[in-house]
Design a binder for this molecule. Structure first.
Ligand SMILES: Nc1nc2c(ncn2[C@@H]2O[C@H](COP(=O)(O)OP(=O)(O)O)[C@@H](O)[C@H]2O)c(=O)[nH]1
Ligand SMILES: [Mg+2]
Ligand SMILES: [Zn+2]
Length: 289
């Protein structure tokens, strides 16, 4: 058996990237019986049926480290949360919801602010003040190629999914990344859909050896409804250092005295992010009533 990774699935046929190249495989019936659906990103063991035709069978699916539903993909390392600096302008509520979900799934995060060519000074300062101390933030522009090399370094040897609203420039960024990589290796570049089309098919796109990137459709909203209000605090990364320092163990950082989170507002915790926490906490409580 050889080990590989599912990079694409079309109508029950899976494309497996292995050290010996790509094989087209079907899954053994046992998976259907057990109701396990092979998913793009899965590490699998395959047996070869025909070496010249490059066909085989998926025999085993290794345990997943995580699993995303939209796009449906497994074993993701990084979420590149992408917003346009302008047109459309940044919805910070949506950005924070993406951050919460990424934390929940234990993904590493890169905040990518694209269309840097259009950015306004106050927006740039705002992002640098509120987000840069907490997350990796990069500014890109796919017209002059600013920041793309930096992004490539950050995603090297990892599998990343690019998420964000429609029109942010996700597909443009991916095309920039994969076209420079394919040029290097002499492969034929596979331009992915862009513009008005939605990005439906889930695929691990090669962005260099051992590096993959997955495009996703534009999200107009992100639901955090499934979260327990009490656990929301754990998904604000900048809270982490202070959570154990509140006077009460079960502090929710709302009105309690001697709250370490509230004591650090304006210092290690920005007012804007704290307000978002408060807002989302109340929203989650309302939903439960
Ligand atoms: N000004 C500017 N426009 C961009 C940039 N990147 C992408 N666009 C444009 O923004 C639009 C949406 O891009 P697309 O990649 O389809 O966004 P997606 O919906 O997030 O995949 C297209 O018209 C792109 O040409 C950029 O860095 N600067
Ligand atoms: Mg797109
Ligand atoms: Zn507290």
């Amino acid at each position: 058996m050889i080990t590989g990774r599912i990079i694409r699935g079309v109508g029950g046929l899976y494309f497996i990237d292995t050290e010996e190249g790509v094989f087209k495989c079907k899954a053994r019936g046992i998976f259907r019986k057990k109701r396990i659906i092979p998913t793009v990103g899965d590490y699998v063991e395959i047996t070869i049926l025909d070496k010249t035709q490059r066909t085989g069978f998926i025999e085993k699916i290794n345990e997943r480290k995580n699993f995303l539903i939209r796009p449906k993909v497994a074993n993701i390392d990084i979420c590149i949360i992408t917003f346009a600096a302008k047109s459309p302008s940044i919805n910070f509520d949506l950005l924070d919801r993406f951050l919460i979900l990424s934390e929940e799934k234990n993904l590493d995060v890169i905040i990518c602010i694209n269309k840097y060519d259009l950015i306004e000074e106050d927006i740039e300062q705002y992002i640098k003040r509120v987000y840069s101390p907490v997350y990796k933030v990069i500014f890109t522009d796919t017209i002059n190629n600013n920041g793309i090399d930096k992004l490539k370094i950050l995603i090297k040897d990892k599998v990343s999914v690019i998420a964000g609203p429609s029109g942010a420039g996700k597909s443009s960024i991916i095309n920039r990344i994969i076209s420079s990589e394919t040029r290097k290796t002499g492969e034929i570049s596979r331009k992915i859909e862009r513009g008005k089309h939605t990005t439906r098919e889930v695929e691990l796109l090669s962005a260099g050896e051992k590096t993959f990137i997955v495009d996703s459709p534009g999200f107009t909203s992100v639901s955090v409804e499934h979260l327990n209000p009490v656990e929301l605090q754990f998904f604000f990364r900048e809270f982490k250092d202070f959570l154990k320092k509140c006077k009460f163990n079960d502090c929710l950082h709302l009105q309690e005295p001697d709250c370490s989170i509230r004591n650090n507002i304006g210092d290690k915790i920005s007012e804007e992010r704290y307000k978002r926490y408060e807002f989302l906490y109340n929203e989650l409580i309302q939903k439960r009533k």
